[in-house]
Design a protein around this ligand. Structure first.
Ligand SMILES: [Zn+2]
Length: 335
């Protein structure tokens, strides 16, 4: 019988049974502000895997940090087998600016495209490198929490690489997380880097600008924290009964872009995560007098999992995130 181990991430060193906060140091800025990545380790008293949760690699996505803080309050290391590592905010300068990327770094702005980063690269590449080094060394499984950010609202969506471990991790997200797609694995994302070292990471999406009312934001945070807990239940890291999405779909993402500039008006009755037929109306773009300029329809049988949050739209903007469904997944938990 192996024993629970001390876990180290950056300056945080957690013995079994401890909850310890620390940082992954990166560099120092001109005003002597330290650029570092905050981290908390919840290290269980019993041995088990290391489950690593990442938030806010995009700074306009506060849903990950909210989910992490709920999990931090609720997970008791005395009941935990293995370790939960929470990185609420990877991209601190972007988070502080509430922007997708660090506004001070235009050359590696989107941090979800630059992993594993470079120790001698642009500023965000150095942040990515510092994070990637610890994540790939310590984590067994990883989820990156995203949302629609400033531009969109995204209903529950997951991106996997179609390996069995990634599908298992996706299903372990729990009830309602059946929109599981596999064509959009951003090159240079944390999940791609986990895959590169033979480990498992997935990208999950929930929330965004149209769900930041007090009630909407609280609901999104609760749902994401529930998914973290459900993963702990599924991998037998925490006492509890895991639940699974039913149905679960295999699909491919298609981002539908605006064909005109104006105001985006969703079609009456259009709903998230609801099956549609090819050609069903999604919405239209009208000019300021109400004249129709463009119509948006379902490109294939599938479902809508995201819509732009601000109806003002420019030609080429993200309008709708659509999952083209290829079939149902037959995955079931091992007996
Ligand atoms: Zn994102």
């Amino acid at each position: 019988m192996t024993e629970a181990k001390t876990i180290t991430v950056g300056t945080a060193v957690a013995a079994p049974g401890q909850v310890v906060r620390g940082v992954i140091p990166v560099t120092e800025l001109a005003g002597l502000t330290k650029l570092e990545i905050p981290v908390v380790i919840i290290n269980g008293i019993n041995p088990g895997p290391v489950f690593w949760v990442d938030g806010a690699i995009h700074g306009d996505e506060p849903e990950g940090p909210l989910a992490c803080q709920i999990a931090l309050r609720e997970v008791d290391p005395a009941k935990l087998s293995g370790t939960l590592v929470l990185v609420p905010v990877i991209n601190v300068p972007a988070f502080e600016a509430a922007q997708r990327g660090n506004p001070l770094d235009t050359f590696s702005y989107d941090m979800n495209r630059i992993y594993p980063g470079r120790p001698n690269g642009y500023l965000s590449e150095r942040v990515a490198f510092a994070h990637s080094e610890w994540m790939t060394k310590v984590a067994d499984i990883e989820i990156s929490i995203h949302s629609g950010g400033a531009h969109s609202y995204l209903a529950k969506a997951i991106f996997v690489d179609e390996t069995d471990p990634s599908i298992e991790l996706a299903m372990a997200m729990g009830e309602g997380w059946g929109n599981i797609m596999s064509n959009f694995i951003p090159k240079g994302s944390p999940m791609a880097q986990m895959k590169a070292v033979g480990k498992t990471g997935i990208t999950v999406e929930l929330g965004g600008r149209s769900a930041t009312s007090p009630e909407g934001f609280a609901t999104v945070g609760r749902e994401l924290a529930n998914a973290i807990l459900n993963i702990l239940y599924h991998y037998k890291m925490y006492p509890g009964t895991a639940v699974y999405p039913k149905p679960a779909y295999k699909g491919q993402q298609e981002a539908l872009l605006a064909d005109a500039s104006g105001i985006f008006i969703a079609a009456p009755g259009v709903a998230f995560l609801t099956l549609m037929k090819k050609g069903d109306p999604i919405g239209k773009i009208v000019n300021i007098f109400g004249d129709e300029l463009a119509e948006m329809v379902a490109p294939e049988d599938g479902l809508i999992f995201g819509l732009r949050a601000l109806p003002n739209v420019m030609t080429g903007d993200w309008c709708c995130f659509y999952c083209k469904i290829e079939g149902e997944r037959s995955w079931a938990p091992k007996a």
